[in-house]
Design a protein around this ligand. Structure first.
Ligand SMILES: Cc1ncc(COP(=O)(O)O)c(C=O)c1O
Length: 408
């Protein structure tokens, strides 16, 4: 019997990064943390009022399901954003707030794995490889067997649902699908999302569609799973979607997102919050309501990230590969992610995450992230420019050093 906590302790990407960089002094007096996906912009002014007015609200235990005003605002946003028929989502049955989608993505595994597929075999949790680390941690803690699906250059950086064998699908209780994808920034087409929903309904598993980067896109507006469900007749069976204010509204500290989808799953997740989770305090819920009702600040954020990608293109050139369609990460092939991360920290004071820390080795011992680094372009224009220039100097000398070695 394997220890369920072991994967949490052994594979946490930022714990591993701290270990890797231990003892290396940053090579610049102003270190830049391009390792964490935390927007550095200040959250919009509009949250100030709801957070400080009506102090009494801080004295109340919040409900897991939040309040009607929040549920209405988030539902209206989904309806507008994904062109849903007004009758499809009932705000009181199909949507609940969650104190950070991380918590929801963790709890959805506990909720989905309540029904064992067979006593003899652990239920399977499908996820892309590389992946947001919480998926694997949640699968392990829920007693599931994580199955890692290659999401590499060869597969267009999204896992191919048609390559999963029938036996595995029959054991599957949950699949995580992330679009725009962290770390590669690929945006899945509507047809791709539809393939997952169809498969889930055929084999009776739940898909957790992680759409927390859906508002940070370049040219094409990403589709979403609810749009697919609407096209397929409007049923919410077998799906839950996750949206967050952390990236859209630069509000990671608010710990505010929501889950929408199948009522049965939402009820279970609400109970998990009641027993061992955190519900969103009412003043934060009021601030969140205001943010979901406003798009102007989101357009400003989107423009900032798009400028950062244009800057990266100018500074890194072809080294950057294709511009990611969504999110704020660069996923750079640098040959060896750990070596590059150490050099970037030690020579330039820029912290990045080795791609291998977001992935697991496949059956051949090959880690699909190990050639890469993940670079979060979350700073303002000036800091991004400076960080990218520092990076370019190190990465260029890296190539020069490698070709000298090859020549000697
Ligand atoms: C893919 C993905 N999903 C979910 C989250 C969690 O976001 P939050 O808990 O802040 O809503 C993150 C945060 O980095 C993420 O990258």
């Amino acid at each position: 019997m394997t220890d369920r906590l072991d994967p949490l302790l052994r594979f946490h990407p930022f714990t591993r990064l701290n270990t890797l960089l231990q003892g290396i002094e940053p090579g610049h007096q102003r270190p830049l943390l391009f390792s964490v996906g935390e927007p550095q912009a200040t959250p919009p002014e509009m949250i100030k009022g709801p957070l400080v007015q009506n102090l009494a609200e801080w004295g109340r235990y919040p409900l897991a399901v939040g309040n009607a005003d929040f549920r209405r605002a988030a539902t209206d946003w989904l309806n507008r954003r994904f062109h849903l028929p007004a009758s499809m989502l009932d705000p009181d049955r199909h949507l609940m707030p969650i104190a950070g989608t991380r918590q929801g993505l963790f709890f959805v595994a506990l909720a989905a794995l309540q029904e064992p597929v067979s006593a003899a075999e652990r239920p399977v949790v499908l996820m892309p490889n590389p992946f947001y680390h919480v998926y694997a941690g949640a699968a392990a803690m829920a007693g599931g067997e994580p199955v890692f699906l290659p999401a590499t250059a060869a597969t267009g950086f999204l896992p191919d649902p048609d390559t999963i064998d029938r036996r595995t699908l029959e054991r599957t209780a949950l699949a995580y699908v992330c679009s725009p994808a962290n770390p590669q920034g690929v945006v899945a087409s509507q047809a791709y999302l539809a393939r997952w929903l169809k498969l889930a309904r055929q084999y009776g598993f739940t898909v957790a569609f992680d759409e927390c980067y859906s508002e940070l896109y370049r040219d094409a507006v990403p589709s979403g799973a609810l749009e697919v469900a609407a096209e397929a007749g409007g049923s919410l069976d077998n799906l839950v979607v996750f949206h967050s204010l952390s990236k859209r509204s630069s509000g990671a500290g608010l710990r505010s997102g929501f889950i929408a989808g199948e009522e049965r799953m939402l009820k279970r997740i609400a109970q998990l919050v009641n027993y061992g989770g955190v519900a969103i305090p009412y003043p934060i819920l009021a601030a969140s309501t205001a943010l979901w009702r406003d798009e102007a600040h989101v357009a400003i954020n989107r423009a900032l990230y798009n400028e950062n990608f244009a800057r990266a293109r100018r500074i890194l050139g072809n080294r950057m590969g294709a511009t990611p369609g969504g999110g704020f990460f660069l996923w750079l092939d640098v040959g060896n992610g750990e070596t590059a991360a150490k050099r970037l920290w030690g020579e330039a004071g820029v912290k990045v995450l080795p791609g291998g820390y977001m992935a697991r080795a496949d059956a051949n011992g090959q880690n699909p992230g190990e050639r890469y680094i993940r670079v979060a372009l979350v700073y303002d224009a000036a800091a991004t420019q400076e960080g990218l220039e520092r990076m370019a100097r190190v990465l260029t000398s890296n190539v020069a050093a490698a070709s000298e070695e090859a020549g000697s």
